[in-house]
Ligand binder design. Structure first.
Ligand SMILES: Nc1ncnc2c1ncn2[C@@H]1O[C@H](COP(=O)(O)OP(=O)(O)OP(=O)(O)O)[C@@H](O)[C@H]1O
Ligand SMILES: [Mg+2]
Length: 415
């Protein structure tokens, strides 16, 4: 979305949006109520980066083609421009809002000038985009607007990345303080379902299930992967987006991302601690940035594509894998005897990540000997095998794979 105030009529032909009819209908209902009552409303739209917040709002504004749209957006600046989105709107509407003196104006004055402008005209839509990057003055305007929006005939739509709001992010405080009032509604955008991803991939000649696995239904990742010439490669746009998010983090947080990235699927905290306890303290920052998410007591990249890009960008994946494997071995040695086989299998999975065939033979054989009466554990081994990097059979020699397969005919262990 261009970062300027736009009118709905200037929005070009938009791509089809899947699984958003409910949200579009909800917004239309609110707009209809604003028109009928003359009383304004605020709608807060949150969702992870790339989930389709801008696309949804553009589509909605496009549907309301006869309605005036005032559009302002925040930018990802290290020093956010004071009142950035309001200045976008001021330069389009002029009048008192512009005369206030730009970014030096006070939030209270800006709010009142904006409300006067809205009261003077026909029902309008005001869009404030990407508030996760807002300066404090802009957040103050939103706070003031939230309590006074009913006095103007307008629908104010505010969007934000909810996966980038750490525990002390100012927007998080504000969202908690905005009153639960009928003039305020909230929409949480969800990623697309596997069926929607399959619909988008239809005719593109790609494996839709694999695409869903790699993107977790994030529309940005899905559309970029489909648009790229080689669906197997990480598209440049995804690469840039992942690198840009990581670049905003501290060196410790970036190093921790490198460590999590080499552990396929999720990484347990004890495993990361084995790599470097100092970097583990940057975990909160990684979670707040939205790159990682908690998963069953462990952490994982939110998106497989982002994980892969992080591995490509890492300067020392082999060294990290070695340290992870050593940590896993140590943990296994400490495990109680009853669950020893299970822990060994975890180690097997971890070691396979290392690209060191010699390290895996002994644990595989050991686990195989103890799995004779435990098809469940064998299944677990197969599961591990399916989800680690590398070509099947690349890391485990045929003779070792047959150790397990031979004991459990019919099961394709480690292949
Ligand atoms: N429901 C949908 N169906 C199909 N494609 C979609 C859908 N939602 C978004 N897209 C596509 O996904 C891409 C990302 O969408 P969009 O830019 O709106 O995400 P966003 O949430 O605003 O991201 P950001 O947090 O970076 O601002 C766009 O190319 C958009 O056309
Ligand atoms: Mg957006």
């Amino acid at each position: 979305m261009a970062r300027s105030t736009v009118s709905a009529s200037s929005v070009a032909a938009l791509p089809e949006l899947l699984e958003r009819s409910g949200e579009l209908a909800a917004l239309a209902r609110v707009m209809e109520a604003v028109r009928a009552s003359g009383s304004g409303a605020l709608c807060l739209i949150g969702g992870e980066a790339g989930v389709g917040k801008t696309a949804l709002v553009r589509r909605f504004c496009n549907q309301q083609s006869a309605t005036r749209v005032l559009w302002g957006a925040c930018d990802p600046l290290f020093t956010p421009q004071p009142l950035g989105p309001l200045m976008d709107i001021a330069s389009a509407v002029g009048g008192d809002l512009l005369r206030l003196g730009g970014s030096r104006a006070r939030p209270y004055e800006v709010t009142s000038a904006l409300l006067s402008e809205l009261r003077a005209g026909a029902p309008a839509i005001v869009v404030l985009e990407d508030l996760q990057w807002a300066d404090e003055a802009t957040l103050d305007v939103l706070r003031l607007l939230s309590g006074r929006v009913e006095s103007a005939s307008a629908l104010v739509i505010a969007t934000y990345r909810d996966d980038e709001l750490g525990r002390v992010h100012p927007l998080r405080f504000l969202l908690g303080e905005i009153p639960r009032h009928e003039s305020v509604s909230r929409i949480k955008l969800q990623p697309l379902s596997a069926a929607a991803v399959a619909a988008l991939a239809d005719g593109a000649g790609v494996d839709a299930r694999e695409l869903y696995r790699r993107t977790a239904g994030n529309p940005f990742f899905v559309t970029e992967a489909l648009a790229s010439a080689d669906a197997e490669q990480i598209p440049q746009t995804v690469r840039d987006a992942v690198l840009a998010r990581a670049a905003r983090l501290s060196p410790d947080a970036r190093a921790l991302l490198d460590a999590v990235a080499v552990v396929v699927q999720h990484a347990e905290l004890w495993l990361l601690e084995a790599v470097s306890p100092q970097q583990l303290s940057a975990l909160g920052e990684c979670l707040s940035s939205g790159m990682l998410a908690r998963q069953n007591g462990a952490v994982a990249f939110r998106h497989e594509l982002a994980r892969r890009q992080q591995v490509c960008d890492s300067e020392r994946p082999r060294e990290l894998r070695r340290r992870l494997a050593v940590g896993a071995e140590r943990r296994s040695a400490l495990a109680c005897r009853a669950s020893e086989a299970q822990h060994r299998l975890v180690v097997v999975g971890r070691l396979r990540v290392m690209c060191q065939p010699c390290c895996i033979r002994q644990p595989v054989r050991w686990a195989g000997e103890r799995l004779q009466h435990s098809p469940v554990e064998l299944q677990r081994a197969v599961w591990w095998d399916r989800f680690v990097d590398g070509e099947p059979g690349e890391l485990v020699p045929e003779c070792d794979r047959s150790v397990l397969a031979g004991q459990h005919p019919g099961t394709q262990a480690f292949s």
